[in-house]
Design a protein around this ligand. Sequence first.
Ligand code: ITT
Length: 198
Amino acid sequence: MSKIKKILIGTNNKGKYREISYLLPKKIKKFETGFFNLSSPEENGKSFKENSYIKASYFSKKTNMICLADDSGLEVDLLEGEPGIYSSRWGGKKNNFNIAIKKVLKKMNKFKDNWDNINSARFICCMTIFWPNGKSYSSSGSVEGTISKSKKGKNGFGYDPIFIPNGYNKTFGEMNPKLKMSIDHRFKAYLKIKKFFI
Ligand code: ITT
């Protein structure tokens, strides 16, 4: 199997792009969707896996490059798994995370009495690599944690300021980004596809 030497990172989310590029070996040549002026396809899949496949195949077919796409999100047990695959949409058309975070905290506050009892949540990530010959490979990873009662920290992106991974007392937003990227859902999904690169 020949190793991948250059890849299109199929995301229009800057935070994700930064983290995926950090995970990939330095010597791999990385391309952004912006380089090809591509906007995202409609994500009408029913799972993280389906949506990551939709993105990876779409961007690969548009560019004839091997593409790595990620579909990810936050599942909160008290909210019966919401926002889940709609994590990005909770931020509205402009993907505003202050709005998305407020929505989570507001919904959780409705169940205030249960928050401490049922405070479990997880980030999930599914990555798909799609090759121009139609071959694809998907992997997923997750990280368990709890939801902080208020926003903390300015690092990372998305829901990072309210997610406290199990075993730590800081949110991903407060944590050193390198530490986050060595324990999170994206890192765990990446470990299973690493073999295609090194
Ligand atoms: P692309 O589809 O262009 O990749 P997107 O932001 O729309 O960008 P998703 O549909 O996969 O991507 O939505 C994932 C959302 O889940 C993302 O916008 C964040 O709100 C959240 N999320 C995923 N991983 C996260 C992480 O590591 N830290 C914080 N929030 C994360």
